[in-house]
Write a protein that binds this ligand. Sequence first.
Ligand code: NAD
Length: 502
Amino acid sequence: MKTVTHWIGGKPFGDASGATGAWGPVTDPATGEVTTHVALAGADEVDAAVAAAKTAYATWSTSPLARRIAILFRYRALLDARRDDIAALITAEQGKIHSDALAEVARGLEIVELACGLGTALKGDTSTEVSSGTDVASIRQPLGVIVGISPFNFPAMISMWMFPMAIACGNTFVHKPSGKAPSASMLLAELAAEAGVPDGVLNILHGDKSAVDALLDHPDVAAVSFVGSTPVARHVYGRASAGGKRVQALGGAKNHMLVLPDADLDAAAEAAVSAAYGSAGQRCMAVSVVVAVGSAGDALVSRIAERAAQVKIGPGNDPTSEMGPLVTKEHRDEVAEYVAGAAAQGAEVVLDGRDFTVEGLENGHWMGISLLDRVRTDSDAYRNEIFGPVLCVLRAETYEQAMEIINGSPYGNAGAIFTRDGGAARRFQLEVEVGMVGVNVPMPVPVGYHSFGGWKDSAFGDHRMYGSEAVHFYTRGKVVTSRWPDPAETATGPDLGFPTSR
Ligand code: NAD
């Protein structure tokens, strides 16, 4: 049995005997077997991780930017060389297919590359002679110890959304990955150390709610980056911000894809299948709802069903698999419950994936593809984030009716429109209440130099992930007004008036 311990102060912390506290099981989703035990932090480990980060902050925050950037360049090269190994760890614990895991690593690398160019983003502004002999400079400085808490579905990418930008800005970091898939972040930390990231700058702490809450309450933590489900995001945002910390907390999603009758329906069906069932629907950017307008409905549903039925489901390390298992047996059973209850709540069950299994791997967390048509907005399958390979189709008579459905959702992560009508697409961009919009693009995950984040119950806090918003989140502004009078100037005496430009 493999064990995963914490990574504190640049080395593994604790030992395999369990002396550091409790342990949690990590399962291979394709076999259903427990392969790993992961340490669960108690109060002492939380304190040790934060203390290591706080100590490292004193020197890291004042280290030259050029030195930090040079380390990040080395880190980028090491990550690039180890893409396959990181992807294999993701597949073994999260279950997604290897090519998808590689794509996750590639999207994470984008943010490391962004951090390598931080010099440009971090440079301040100066105004000279704003008043006689007076200059003003705006500068940005790091915050201190940052905590990052990430979900199971992107065990490497979401960690890479957070700590590379945070440490490049001069902060130090305590990362709490999901206990369901903890190994990838350990490799990320080992490679960071190899690249020259000093001890204590990046720490990995594993744990459950009690460890998270202890981090949220810790007086030496300055800010929290969170990505996960909406209820936990709301909790993290409320608790940490009540303690005076800066918080960004990205939550769950129910992403709608609006299809107008003039769309290329073959392309729309392919996009819907890819975005709904990729990674077994366990993506916050997955399309989980298609809203078909008018005559698009029947033609689209039959095209989606035809293509979805051909998706090859199997273990993530089999190169012929297109979709892997769900992360845990409990999650698999919850997803199956939505399909079981759908017909009683008015849906037409076009495809039912509940009975699917893989020969020889019957204990894996398998779920086939499900397609529910004519789903009602008051049904459980529509109202909740299912986070599995279940696509709901809703019918609308008009664009306006479709938009009423979409904007009525409490979630606002992403939304897409499929149409050939530029005017309709433009209207959708302006009217849809989501943070990321796709036009004939089903999963509009922004590139690294644009920021990522949703609206409404999909994100709490004012800053989004990566891009320029990450620089703002991980630094605070300071404005310096300075005057160097000519030594020959004679003092004119006190002036009790409020300063104005002269
Ligand atoms: P989750 O909310 O259960 O867990 C996220 C993190 O919070 C984990 O590290 C977990 O250990 C911790 N946690 C869990 N319960 C907690 C609690 N009660 N108190 C404190 N901490 C707790 O999410 P998950 O199941 O790991 O991931 C799937 C969810 O993440 C989905 O809802 C998905 O939409 C969302 N997600 C959102 C985005 C985004 O960018 N908006 C990206 C990826 C995933």
